[in-house]
Design a protein around this ligand. Structure first.
Ligand code: ADP
Ligand code: ZN
Ligand code: ZN
Length: 722
């Protein structure tokens, strides 16, 4: 009989791979969840052991693993099961799912403990009857009674400290903690909570120690962050850990500094901009169970907490919680699964909850907590629609809007101008012959960037110089339409002397530039902020009293069933930036369709009213959350392989009449970077039926020859039908 390791490798392949133990290997088999280094073709890969078997048959074909890298599992039992669930639910190879949960330094390199810094020991008991008085472990434990001590000092005092420590850890009377070297700021007291906030905090605290999903629905500026802080504080005080998921770290400098000012424990961050070493250190500290708060973007949901007691998801509706490529998981859904196993509560906060979440609240799966009013003195802003059909536009702005901007600036206040389009103009055209500059790999107009005199394709990122003259007739070219760069220019001319701050991906490319731009606005001096949705998220700038939405029509008639929801969320979030201080706020929305129901629902009854109507519509059309959806996408340079791929795929779908197949049809962006893009929507009222169909389909997709000639992907619960 031979022992065989079953290994999940980080490859886009469904199966596990069998390896023989390394040569000279003895002793107990390494547990599942430990890493092994193995040969794979000419390469070496690090994989994770996910099972063992004994082979009695011929094993000559099996290769030997090079090395077992860990003594124990890198995953807690809970995380291990949650990741298996994720692989099944999002129909993704386990090896890649496990790899996604490990920091790169741990994933590829040798030593998981390499990231271990100095740690300290803390006693959990004053003694233990199993310890002989005056033995080395007993002495070590006594030396910890006056407080935690660093490992370095313990080792200097006790010659056989390592053995003594092992014994104490076995008895579970000491624990390792990280001594946080960074100086603690003096803690700042928060405002006294208002009664709605008190009720919300009490509800979260009452839910500690068991699973619960709490939807904190609070209008913008209602003080949701204070509720998070109020719930996290007691968790830290009793030695627990908290996870706070946020859409984008770069966009939440204020949230971080508020957490750091107020909490008496380390506030760590985990996000894509961290260096590998730093990431691994955070991973280790979280794993050791040190009381801390981890604030991170979606991938922080994989962190290996040892003592997680609370999860907060801020702006839970945000689309960035869904990964849009590779392993297409949703951090909110995975957080809920982990919380259920860990028996801890999840608080999901938003002024504009996802319709799925509202539906879950309506059906009793989530507990709804309300913060219906702005905290402190702030009042809700007054919102008005401006009908573009009856107005003359100058550079995209009506006279009414320009006048209003002038008034607010003259009163010493700040103005936010929102336009979801970066660059100078969406099109560069010739007025004479009708030619316009188009990316021929995407069949889409180039965006004109005037500062750099470039044409940029926002789909495939291709660039070229912007022509001064029409290549067809030689006339001078003209920019058509309005981007943030153009608004910056016209507002700067019109309101000379007032700073215009532009915030979009172009103006915030360098590290820290977003904070610098925001700091300028935080000073409170009159200024105009121009920007994309980067400006819409969560910032607290009390002197903004006017928010202008330059063009609210994008998305009103989109082909994506979520377009209306996204538009409504954006409008409410942008409006939420206005009037957060003592002064009243005002919102002006420019549109060609003022009679559109999205507006009337929003304006008469707020987001909640909009959402109620939209949910009725979704139910009638059997769209999510009233059905489960998956999207099979494929792209290829030629069309023929795409037809072959979808024809073959359809053969492997059950002919269950409750499973609806819509398509194959061209994607809403039918071409990108030269490739044709086709998609098939699979939809079913019963999630279980859809999942069963997918579980049958996916192995075939990996195996069938038609798959080799296209780039395909399967997206379970797609957030966008692009
Ligand atoms: P949200 O996250 O809901 O948008 P914040 O937590 O950022 O709201 O709070 C908005 C503003 O109101 C912040 O300046 C905050 O300091 C203030 N605030 C929150 N709660 C209170 C309160 N109970 N009393 C006074 N001010 C408060
Ligand atoms: Zn021309
Ligand atoms: Zn392109």
């Amino acid at each position: 009989m031979n022992h065989v390791f079953q290994v999940a490798l980080p490859l886009p392949l469904l199966q596990h791979f069998d390896y023989l133990p390394p040569s000279g290997w003895q002793g107990p088999p390494p547990p599942v969840g430990a890493r092994v280094r193995v040969p794979f073709g000419p390469r070496q890969l690090v994989g994770v052991i996910c099972g063992h078997r004994s082979a009695s048959g011929p094993i000559a074909k099996l290769r030997q693993a090079h090395a077992v890298l860990d003594q124990g599992s890198l995953f807690s039992e809970e995380l291990w099961h949650s990741l298996h669930w994720a692989a099944r639910y999002w129909q993704h190879p386990l090896g890649e799912v496990l790899a996604a949960a490990l920091p790169a330094a741990v994933r590829d390199a040798g030593d998981a403990a390499a990231a271990r810094g100095d740690f300290a020991l803390r006693s959990l008991a004053s003694g233990d009857p199993r310890l002989r008085v005056d033995s080395a472990p007993w002495q070590l434990l006594q030396s910890l009674q006056s407080g935690a001590r660093s490992w370095a000092s313990v080792r200097a005092q006790f010659p056989n400290a390592a053995t003594a420590l092992r014994r104490l850890e076995q008895l579970q009377v000491v624990e390792r903690v990280v001594l946080d070297a960074s100086p603690r700021l003096a803690r700042i007291q928060g405002p006294p909570l208002n009664s709605d906030q008190q009720v919300a905090v009490a509800a979260v605290l009452a839910a500690l120690g068991r699973f619960g999903a709490l939807l904190l629905e609070g209008v913008t500026g209602s003080g949701k962050t204070e509720v998070y802080l109020g719930a996290i504080e007691p968790v830290l005080a009793r030695g627990g850990q908290a996870l706070v998921l946020v859409p984008e770290i770069g966009l939440t400098p204020q949230l971080l500094s508020r957490f750091r000012e107020r909490l008496a424990a380390p506030v760590l961050t985990l996000h894509s901009a961290l260096a590998d070493g730093e990431r691994a250190r955070v991973w280790q500290r979280v794993r050791r169970g040190e009381p801390l708060v981890l604030v991170g973007t979606r991938s922080a949901v994989f962190a290996p907490f040892a003592r997680l007691e609370l999860i907060v998801i801020d702006e839970e509706h945000d689309a960035s919680f869904k990964q849009h490529e590779g392993f297409r998981y949703h951090a909110r859904d995975l957080a809920l699964v982990r919380a259920k196993r860990l028996e801890i509560p999840v608080v999901m906060g938003s002024a504009t909850p996802a319709l799925e979440s509202l539906h879950n609240a309506a059906t009793g799966r989530y507990l709804r907590l309300l913060l219906p009013e702005r905290a402190g003195f702030a009042k809700p802003p007054a919102v008005a629609l401006i009908d573009l059909r009856r107005q003359r536009l100058r550079e995209g702005l009506t006279e009414l809007v320009t006048t209003a901007i002038g008034e607010h600036l003259a009163r010493g206040e700040q103005v936010l101008v929102f336009r979801n389009r970066r660059g100078f103009a969406p099109v560069l055209q010739c007025r004479d012959c009708g030619w316009h500059a188009e990316c021929d790999r995407c069949d889409r107009p180039y965006t004109y960037h005037r500062k750099r005199e470039r044409l940029v394709c926002h789909l495939c990122a291709r660039e070229r110089p912007a022509p001064r003259h029409c290549p067809v007739c030689g006339e001078t070219t003209t920019p058509l339409g309005i981007g943030t760069e153009r608004l910056e220019e016209v507002l700067g001319q019109r309101f000379a002397g007032v700073p215009v701050v532009r915030v979009d991906r172009d103006s915030t490319r360098t590290v820290g530039s977003f904070e610098r731009l925001l700091a300028q606005a935080q000073s409170g001096a009159p200024c105009i902020l121009v920007g994309t949705q980067m400006l819409a998220k969560g910032h607290d700038l009390p002197n903004i009293t006017l928010a202008v939405i330059v063009d609210a029509d994008q998305g009103l008639y989109g082909m994506d069933f979520r377009a209306g929801e996204r538009m409504a969320q954006l409008i409410v979030q942008v409006a939420g930036r206005a009037g957060r201080g003592h002064k009243n706020g005002r919102v002006l929305i420019q549109t060609h369709y003022p009679e559109h129901p999205t507006f009337s629902h929003l304006l008469t009854g707020g987001y909640r009213n909009f959402a109620d109507h939209e949910l009725v519509l979704r139910q009638a059309l059997l769209f999510p959350p009233f059905s489960a959806m998956a999207l099979l996408r494929a792209e290829a340079m030629e069309e023929a392989p795409l037809h072959a791929f979808f024809a073959a795929a359809r053969l492997h779908l059950p002919t269950d009449t409750t499973l609806q197949c819509i398509g194959p049809m061209p994607a809403s962006q039918p071409r990108r970077a030269g490739a044709h893009r086709v998609q098939l929507i699979l939809q079913c009222a019963e999630r279980r039926t859809l999942q069963a169909a997918l579980s049958g389909l996916v192995p075939t997709l990996y195996a069938m020859p038609e798959s080799k000639r296209v780039r395909w992907s399967l997206d379970v619960d797609p957030q966008s039908l692009d």
